[in-house]
Design a protein around this ligand. Structure first.
Ligand code: PBG
Length: 329
């Protein structure tokens, strides 16, 4: 009988050895909490498809960001839900628009304790729910949309956003917004490019979170689920245009793209664990079918292992607490 020569189990024999042998670590500062603020409500509103996530009032938003800072998370990503919408998303670049008002409030409150980030996309502000403006035939007009993104980006920078999350998937958006910011002196405003953003079912609960008006889909601008190389190409183009950070989204169904992008660029690579990924675990856990904390932390660690330097996740604050508990255990 021949005994094993190699015994990888040695490094798994105890919690202490496993902790020392672990390759990938997650810390609270690598987590970013997405937050929704809704215009015209006096009490926070639950989002039924995202248990534990709420549409905030300005006051409850301030409190949520303060909690996130206390938990040590790296940043917050703000989304606005306006009371009124129109064809060009006028609320997006109006300094009195809900997202810009909220950004100013939050930046003033906790601007030094974490990084205040804003979603730069028109879909929350248009009455048709698309990420851009439409041409006469009802198609999303790429280049006219860039003009709107530049105005929106400037409004967010003026309101005090440190990092703009360009999530609209228009061609040339990074270069166009960079030029507009630089021309106005906003040379330090960071651009986070949602470079490889895939069209599909995993944004479903988010549509409820922002009361989306969309009929149809986003397949003429977001990527097709079958295309990995194209995701890498988009990231490379964004780096060339001046992206400071590139992102892959959703996360779990696209870990291969994440790993490829990580190997292909020399800027930070982030991932967005989106609403549908969150809802799947929450729903299964509510039924008692899956261990909530275990599944959440395993997926976050998996996203890190695949190459994400930071992760946007609705569990950010709770996960930061779990990470602290693990440290003292
Ligand atoms: C665009 C945007 C979306 C998400 C983030 N930014 C919606 C979309 O593209 O359909 C989705 C995030 C999530 O599902 O958690 N404003």
């Amino acid at each position: 009988m021949s005994f094993p020569v190699h015994r990888p189990r040695r490094l798994r024999q105890s919690p202490a050895v496993r902790r020392l042998a672990r390759e990938t670590h997650l810390v609270p500062s690598q987590l970013v909490l997405p937050l929704f603020v809704r215009e015209g409500i006096t009490e926070p509103a639950d989002i039924s498809s995202m248990p534990g996530v709420r549409q905030h009032t300005l006051d409850s938003l301030r409190a949520a960001v303060t909690d996130a800072a206390a938990a040590g998370v790296g940043g917050v990503m703000l989304f606005g839900v306006p009371a009124e919408r129109d064809a060009i998303g006028s609320g997006a670049d109006d300094p009195r628009g809900i997202l810009n008002v909220a950004t100013a409030a939050v930046a003033e409150e906790v601007g030094d304790a974490l990084v205040v980030q804003t979603d730069l996309c028109l879909d929350e502000f248009t009455d048709h729910g698309h990420c851009g403006v439409l041409d006469a035939r009802g198609r999303v007009d790429n280049d006219e949309t860039l003009v709107r993104y530049a105005a929106m980006g400037l409004a967010q920078a003026r309101a005090g956003s440190t990092m703009l999350g360009l999530s609209g998937m228009m061609d040339g958006q990074i270069g166009y917004v960079r030029d507009a910011l630089d021309a106005e002196g906003f040379i330090d405003t960071i651009l986070l490019a949602y470079s490889a953003k895939y069209a599909g079912a995993f944004y479903g609960p988010f549509r409820e979170a922002v009361d989306s008006q969309l009929t149809g889909d986003r397949r003429t601008y977001q990527l097709d689920a079958g295309n990995g190389r194209e995701g890498v190409r988009e990231a490379l183009l964004d780096v060339e245009e001046g992206a400071d950070i590139v992102m892959v989204k959703p996360a779990l169904p696209y870990l291969d793209v994440l790993a490829e992008v990580r190997a292909s660029v020399d800027v930070p690579v982030w991932a967005y664990q989106v609403s549908g990924e969150y809802a799947m675990v929450e729903a299964a856990a509510a039924k008692g079918w899956i261990d909530r904390r275990g599944a959440a932390m395993e997926s976050l660690l998996g996203i890190r292992r695949a190459g994400a330097d930071a992760i946007l996740t609705y569990w950010a604050v709770e996960a930061a607490g779990w990470l602290r508990e693990d440290l003292v255990r």
